[in-house]
Every structure is written in C-alpha cells, then in structure tokens.
Write a protein that binds this ligand. Structure first.
Ligand SMILES: [Ca+2]
Ligand SMILES: [Ca+2]
Ligand SMILES: [Ca+2]
Length: 586
C-alpha cells in the first residue's frame, strides 16, 4: 500500500524532483541525499549503491529504487552513476500544504478542539491533524443514548445510521426528538458532527451516529437496558451517555437489574466479543458535594467517567470529583462554552441550527466518545479494558500545582478532581495503533464479603480501620486495573456523615465516600465504590479500609434532643482488585 502510494506520488512529481508523502510525521529534517533511479534490466541496485558509495534505500516500485548518502556528499559527481541507470533524479524538498480548509462557520470557536486562536487554550490535541491523515472515525458507530437525535440536521444526516437507531421511549424505530429535546442532538454533534459548511465539527466527523432515545416519557429499568445494549453486537461500538441519576449528593443510584445485565452482556459480547465501550458524564453536582462514586453508572468499571475542565485551566466548579474519574476534557464553566448542533430553526436551545452554549459534563462525555471512535478506527481489536488503558496513557496532567495530584505505586498520577488528566487524541490514536491487548478476562482477587456481627460502631470523630492481606498478585507480576469496595452500613444521622477511604499496599489512598449534605438517607446497602487510582500497582499486600464518622458542618448547633451526630454502624465490607497477570512473570 505504502509502495503504491509512493509510486503514485512519484508519477505526479516526475520533473519536480521530490517525493512528498502527505500528512505523515516528518519529524526533524533527514540529513541524507537521496537519488531515485530506474535500473536497467538485470541490474542489481544493492551492488550499484555499494560501487558508487551509496546506501541502498529500498525499492519504490519494481524497477525504481532509492540510493542514499550523507548530505555532505551531495556535491560529488553523479556522472558515473548516470551512465549505469536508465533514469535518475535527485530528491529535493518542495513546499506542500495540507488541504484541510475547514469551512464549518463555527470551527474558529471550537477552542476545545484546537486551543483557540492562540492555540494555548486547553484542548484534546491535534484532532485536525488526525482528520488530515484520514483518522476521522470512519468505520465506527457512536450510539448517543439520550432524548433523541435530529437526524435530518445537515450536520448529523450524513453520519446517521437509521438501522442502528431506536426510539426506545415510545417503541418506534425513529429517534426523532420533540421540539424541546435538543440534548441528544447537541451531544451527538460534539462526538461526530460532519465537516461541511454547517455549524462546527465533531471530534470524529466521519463516525456513524445512532440515536437511542430513552430520556423521553418515563424511563424504566428496561428502557435503559434496551438503550444500553441496542445492537451492541451489530455495529453500535460506543455508547455515549450524557445523563445519570440526580446530582444532589443525596442519591446513591445506579443501573437496575436489567440494565446491569444488559451492560454486562455487551461488555462480554458486544463488538464481536471485544466489548462495547461505555462513556459516561461524570456528573454536574460538585456544588452539592456529589461524587462520581455516588453514581453507579459513572463509577462502574465498565464505563469511562469524564469530568469537565474550563478555559480557565481548572476543573469546572460543577464537575464532580471521584476516585472513579478517568479524565477531564474542556467544557463550559469558564468564559467559553461548547459549540455543537442544535435542533433546526427556532426549536431547541437556540434560534439557529447551531448552539454555542452547550457544556457541562454532558459535552465532555461525547468528546471522549469521539476520541474512542478515532482509536477504534485504527485498531478495532481493542477490548473495553484496552480502551481504558490507552486513554489513561494518553492523558496529560493539568493544573499540576493542584494538591489533588498523587502518584501511585506504579508512578501514575491521578487526581480526584482531574482523573488522569486531559486525553490527547493524537497520542491516543498513536498508542492504539500498536497496543497489545491485555489478557482477558480480568483476574480478580477478593477479600470475600466480611460480615461484622455485631456491626462495628463508629462514634463521631472516630475512625475504624479494616485490613485485608491480599496473598497474591505481587507488583511487577500483576497489574491492578479497577478496585471495587462493597459496603453496607447504617447511619441514622444521614449518609453525609460517612467518609470511606481505601489505601493500597503502596500507600496510595482513594476517597470513596466523602462527607456531604445528605442528612436524610440512612442506609448504604451493598453499594459498590470503584477506584482507578491504583491502576498499575500490584495487588499483594495489606489493603486498608478506613471508615470515619465525621461532622460535615462542625460547629453547627444541633437539636440537643438527638444528641448531635450518632454513630455509624458498619455491617459488611469487601474489597476486590481486578487486573491481569503480566505475561512472562509466572
Ligand atoms: Ca459541520
Ligand atoms: Ca452525580
Ligand atoms: Ca434551534
């Protein structure tokens, strides 16, 4: 293929004296003098190169070869060589420009994709360069699970996949939204709006778009289950979810039974067995003390939780922190919003066909869905865990003065505010290309469920530590991916007084439950928390679970009759590490 490309280019550049390979990283200038030759029948190009003081540079197409020598020898005569070949030509550089004139009228405002006019605003890095190289999501499909998809919109229509789409809410094929429901269409535009002369451009402008409408009418567990699994083994590769339970810091809610089963099915069977990719908005409830770990969709190890980062180089003040947060991407919350598609005409969020005011973790999520589409285009064998590995490796730390950054036992930095940082799309694609899949399925070590009888009482201001000595999975022979902790407890003063921290044998700690304003709900019943902060560490050694009862509002006068904050009673706990044995170490 490469040879054919070179040959075509050679054909078109004969007489110009330069071989140009478009859109390939050229790096620093090569210090070689190159001659292209057509050799006579029966000639041996390697012998020829040797006799004339060249290094053989390889065949271009049959009959045509390259000879190379150090640039400082370029003035040596070529007369003798020319007598032995049919045709020859010195190769010298020409100026060529890339043909990506982006005509989309709002492109200049898509700072999140190119860094703004200065190029210095936070962005996901070099997407335009990827498009120029043909890495634009083609061959992949992003299913936007939301309130519908206006597929007649000219920015959506060329990428729309009707056979992959469904209005689950109303039991119809066509996911066309109501006039007010512009959320799914805006999310879809962020992921994969077409590069044309309309609105802006999505991260993966040639990815297919499916609409799965579930957030209309009254969603139920089974509506969500259909939405999260629709054709996951027949073309829907990536499920982008810019929604979740209420972000008020008082809800611990996740997938119901059927939805959990549906997602498990697609993780095992989706994408020809490589696993569907679930991308999830991390939540907008930071103001209320909410945490990604209070959301059972976003904190699932099957999903990629995405937070928001502003043009002010800081997490958005709505973007929820959490040990389960994988990354942040640019979104609203500073002085700039996100450009996307809006419902045509006066319908939707704007009177035009485009919106300039999209944002939240709703816009962050489909940005990552788009990056994953670019990764899958270059390597569709990536499993769902591989995709997480690649994304983590592609992240750049940001706001590095923040004290939230901690380095774990595998030298990886994670922050409850920023996850592993901002993914760089170009690096993600480059890593994806040559990524070797991690062993499947994941190996799990578990403490087993520890029932405490009687329940462990933890008075306010006190902390109880629970220990698990994991016997196996030593560092350098095991690679921890996700760590899960399942807890049951009773807190009669409300869940907001509970703080749970997990520390690994290396000393890296994860905040799983943080003190909040939740003074109503009292039970935590078999809730599973997840942490990515131990990624790459070993499992062997002592894991420590610290459970505290805290006063979330110290100094606040309380009703003397209830005697202030009452103890928390821990009923049971379990720690599970998921990961893989490093090949060659057993
Ligand atoms: Ca467009
Ligand atoms: Ca939340
Ligand atoms: Ca509109």
């Amino acid at each position: 293929m490469k040879v054919l490309l070179l040959w075509l280019i050679l054909l078109f550049t004969v007489g110009r004296g330069w071989i140009f390979v478009p859109n390939v990283d050229r790096g620093p200038e090569r210090k070689v003098h190159t001659i292209a030759i057509r050799i006579r029948d029966g000639g041996n190009p390697r012998d020829l190169a040797k006799r004339h003081g060249f290094r053989y540079g390889g065949q271009v197409v049959p009959g045509y070869h390259l000879l190379e020598r150090p640039i400082e020898h370029r003035n040596h005569s070529l007369d003798k060589l020319s007598e032995e070949v049919e045709w020859m030509q010195e190769q010298t550089p020409l100026v060529r420009v890339k043909r990506s004139n982006i005509a989309d009228p709002l492109w200049s405002q898509q700072w999140n994709l190119h860094g703004g006019s200065s190029g210095h605003l936070p962005n996901v890095g070099h997407v335009q360069e990827l498009w120029d190289r043909g890495v634009d999501g083609r061959g992949t499909t992003i299913a936007v699970v939301d309130d519908g998809l206006q597929h007649t919109h000219p920015d959506i229509a060329p990428n729309y996949r009707p056979a992959q789409s469904r209005d689950v809410s109303y039991g119809r094929d066509d996911p066309m939204p109501h006039n007010r429901d512009s959320h799914g269409t805006a999310a879809a535009g962020v992921a994969a709006a077409r590069q044309n002369n309309v609105c802006g451009v999505g991260v993966a402008p040639r990815a297919g778009l499916a609409g799965l409408r579930i957030l209309a009418g009254y969603p139920t567990d089974s509506t969500e289950a259909i939405g999260e699994s629709y054709k996951c083994d027949q073309g829907n590769d990536i499920f982008s979810n810019s929604w979740g339970p209420i972000d008020d810091g008082r809800h611990l809610e996740g997938p119901g039974h059927v939805t959990a089963e549906a997602m498990r099915y697609c993780i095992e069977r989706g994408r020809g067995g490589h696993g569907a990719i679930y991308v999830w908005a991390g939540g907008n409830g930071r103001h209320y003390g909410d945490d990604v770990n209070n959301d059972g969709y976003a904190n699932s190890r099957f999903t990629i939780a995405v937070g928001a980062f502003t043009d002010q180089y800081r997490y958005a003040d709505y973007s929820e922190p959490g040990a389960a947060l994988l990354c942040v991407v640019p979104s609203s919350g500073g002085t700039r919003h996100i450009v996307s598609t809006d419902l045509l005409g006066s319908a939707g969020a704007s009177h035009t066909d485009c919106t300039r005011s999209f944002g939240g973790t709703s816009a962050a999520c489909p940005t990552v869905a788009g990056i994953v589409a670019l990764m899958l285009q270059v390597n569709n064998r990536l499993g769902w865990r591989d995709v997480q590995h690649v994304l983590i490796h592609s992240c750049n730390r940001t706001d590095i003065r923040s004290e939230s950054w901690t380095q774990n036992g595998a030298n990886l930095w994670h922050s409850h505010d920023y996850g592993f940082g901002i993914p760089d799309a170009r690096r993600a694609v480059s890593i994806a290309r040559t990524w070797r899949n991690v062993p499947r399925p994941a190996t799990i070590y578990s403490s087993g469920k520890k029932d405490l009888n009687p329940s462990l009482s933890i008075p306010v201001g006190d902390e109880k530590a629970l220990f698990w000595d994991c016997p196996a999975g030593a560092k350098d022979s095991f690679f921890v991916e996700h760590v899960e902790v399942t807890i049951s407890l009773y807190a009669s003063s409300g869940r907001g007084v509970v703080q749970v921290v997990l520390c690994s044998p290396s000393g890296m700690c994860s905040i799983l439950a943080r003190a909040t304003n939740d003074d109503q709900a009292t039970d935590i019943s078999d809730w599973t928390y997840m942490s990515l902060r131990h990624w790459g560490e070993g499992s062997r050694g002592q894991w420590k679970l610290r459970v505290r009862t805290v006063d979330p509002e110290p100094g606040k006068k309380r009703n003397p009759r209830n005697g202030g904050i009452r103890p928390v009673y821990l009923h049971s706990w379990e720690i599970r590490t998921h990961g893989y044995r490093i090949p060659g170490t057993y």
